[in-house]
Design a binder for this molecule. Structure first.
Ligand code: NAD
Length: 265
């Protein structure tokens, strides 16, 4: 088992993709701690639950603190919690952008982007302090590349997650034992899109991806086969002509060390 003895925190791990990642990491031998506003369906010796609203920094700190109590330190941190409330009651409505009220915009930004930034910083600082290295995985979305006209705020947060991940990876650098990556899934069969399930299959014309397939992608980023995978790189996972495609997306770095590589831009 590849992850025996490692402690892994997963935000939003009580449902959908987060729950699939929790179960997969458990099968690989990790001790899992789920931080979520709702309880997971079950807990046991290998899956602990800690109530956590990722928009509250104190909750994130407490999540880390509670995780360290039994396990000493955390070496895997998955910023997965996310919402898509623009369209929850209006699937594929292009009115979403004008309709989204300020409080809702604020909520989507706080959960989908700010909490990813705060969670990453907290985890990276902790991993540095413990000197064992580690892996931070940020859950983004294909909508960062192909914006959803019915979910402009959601799409913007995911583009932000990608750019933050790339910059954080460059900041840490290639030799750093702490790695940060993002995953950009297409449509995944989870409660997040349950209202839109049939419409997506009909309009997009592709099967939905299973949450387990995204969990496998997360595992590939935590234990990469390619030792030269760029720190900060992003994996797209999507269906094309009925086949699952996984594509690691590297990118030109604006700053590597002290050099500004304009020719790469
Ligand atoms: N389902 C898809 O098609 C899809 C596609 C691309 C990306 N994603 C991303 O995957 C991630 C997981 O989504 P999912 O599809 O599994 O959805 P989901 O609704 O099944 O799970 C989301 C989880 O996040 C938790 N959560 C929500 N707000 C929270 C908060 N403030 N603090 C802590 N936890 C909170 C929920 O309680 C839930 O358990 C999200 O970031 C989402 O944007 C999903």
């Amino acid at each position: 088992m590849a992850l025996t003895g490692r402690a892994a925190v997963i935000t939003g791990g009580s449902s959908g993709i987060g729950l699939a990642i929790a179960n997969m990491l458990k099968r690989e031998g990790a001790k899992v701690i789920i931080g979520d506003v709702q309880k997971p369906p079950s807990t046991d010796d290998s899956i602990m639950y800690c109530p956590c609203d990722v928009t509250k920094f104190k909750d994130l700190e407490n999540l880390l603190h509670q995780s360290c109590k039994p396990y000493g330190h955390v070496s895997i941190w998955v910023n997965n919690a996310g919402i898509q409330s623009e369209t929850r009651h209006r699937p594929f409505s292009n009115k979403a952008m004008m309709d989204t009220v300020r409080e809702n915009v604020q909520k989507i930004l706080s959960i989908n982007l700010q909490a990813v930034i705060e969670g990453s910083k907290l985890a990276i600082r902790h991993m540095k302090d413990h000197g064992h290295g580690g892996s931070v995985i940020n859950m983004s979305s294909l909508s960062a590349f192909i914006p959803l006209s019915n979910a402009p705020v959601y799409s913007a947060t995911k583009a932000g997650v990608n750019q933050f991940t790339r910059a954080a990876g460059l900041h840490l650098g290639p030799e750093n034992p702490i790695k940060v990556h993002a995953i950009c899934p297409g449509f995944v069969d989870t409660p997040l899109i349950s209202d839109m399930r049939q419409m997506i299959e009909h309009e997009v014309g592709e099967k939905l991806i299973s949450a387990d397939e995204i969990a496998s992608a997360a595992l590939e980023l935590i234990s990469p086969k390619d030792p030269n995978m760029q720190n900060g790189s992003i994996m797209k996972v999507y269906m094309k002509d009925g086949k699952l495609i996984k594509e690691v997306f590297d990118f030109p770095g604006a700053f590597r060390g002290k050099k500004v590589l304009f020719k790469d831009l």
